[in-house]
Design a protein around this ligand. Sequence first.
Ligand SMILES: NC(=O)C1=CN([C@@H]2O[C@H](COP(=O)(O)OP(=O)(O)OC[C@H]3O[C@@H](n4cnc5c(N)ncnc54)[C@H](O)[C@@H]3O)[C@@H](O)[C@H]2O)C=CC1
Ligand SMILES: O=C(O)[C@@H]1CCC=N1
Length: 278
Amino acid sequence: MTRIAVIGGGRIGEALLSGLLQSGFATKDLVVAEKAPARAEQLGREYAIRVTDSTADAAEGADVLVVAVKPGDVDAVIADLASADLDSENEQLLVSLAAGIPTARYENKLSAGFPVVRVMPNTPMLVGQGAIVLAAGRHVKSDHLELVREVLGSVGAVSVVPESQIDAVTAVSGSGPAYFFLVAEAMIDAGVALGLTRAVATELVVQTMTGSAAMLQQSGESATDLRAAVTSPGGTTAAAIRELERGGVRTAFYEALEAARQRSAQLGAAGEQGPTVA
Ligand SMILES: NC(=O)C1=CN([C@@H]2O[C@H](COP(=O)(O)OP(=O)(O)OC[C@H]3O[C@@H](n4cnc5c(N)ncnc54)[C@H](O)[C@@H]3O)[C@@H](O)[C@H]2O)C=CC1
Ligand SMILES: O=C(O)[C@@H]1CCC=N1
């Protein structure tokens, strides 16, 4: 079985761990390096996996090293890995989940030829429904990519793009769950403002999101056609959509995704500190 070391047991590290365990990975094949003692203790207790505070310790004997720390903490992890006894000839490979950080950042510091795959996942991995996008670094062979595809395929749908597109992917699917949660939050509050209980409004919004996503996935019809089918001439939906358009919702999404793409590119720029652990 593939042995996986997750370096950084925060929100995305936990989403990955939890998804892998639910998909049948054995606890003995997973190890986490987590610096924050309280968090380390919590992960060990909840998932019954080995947790260490040492990157080098976690990396030893692992087939896949997953870096899941904040972008601003990546250089410290690279320094730890560079001084650890990594072995690319032993088929070890590194998977970076950090937003914005290019594969070259790792390749320049790790031993020559070390394979690095940059991945943009999202938190629905926690329930096996992640959108997971891979971009191969310079030394990645098709076997490496297949291994990452197989491991991460157990927690979501995997696709591959050139690394030049990963900042755009980050804006769409990496950050994407937050946009849908924001829309859900706003619709629930609006339902409450119309007199529904919060419980009823929440149930209706969640089921409507789930059902709409299932239709988009299964019907083969475009979002535009599905929306038109709900919009009766002179009806309620048309009245609502006129208000959403007046509020600039479409432009807001263009601007928001452009801001996210730019921020991802900035996080990878040399000298940009980026967020570290809070
Ligand atoms: N949260 C999300 O939805 C997504 C996050 N990402 C990326 O995943 C990475 C992690 O994000 P989150 O999980 O949200 O952050 P987080 O702050 O929840 O987790 C990071 C964890 O890494 C630990 N850590 C920091 N330095 C360490 C070190 N040297 N060794 C071991 N552990 C260390 C921290 O104590 C913390 O528990 C980021 O680079 C982010 O860009 C990517 C896609 C989605
Ligand atoms: O907000 C962030 O920077 C991370 C990357 C994608 C989702 N969360």
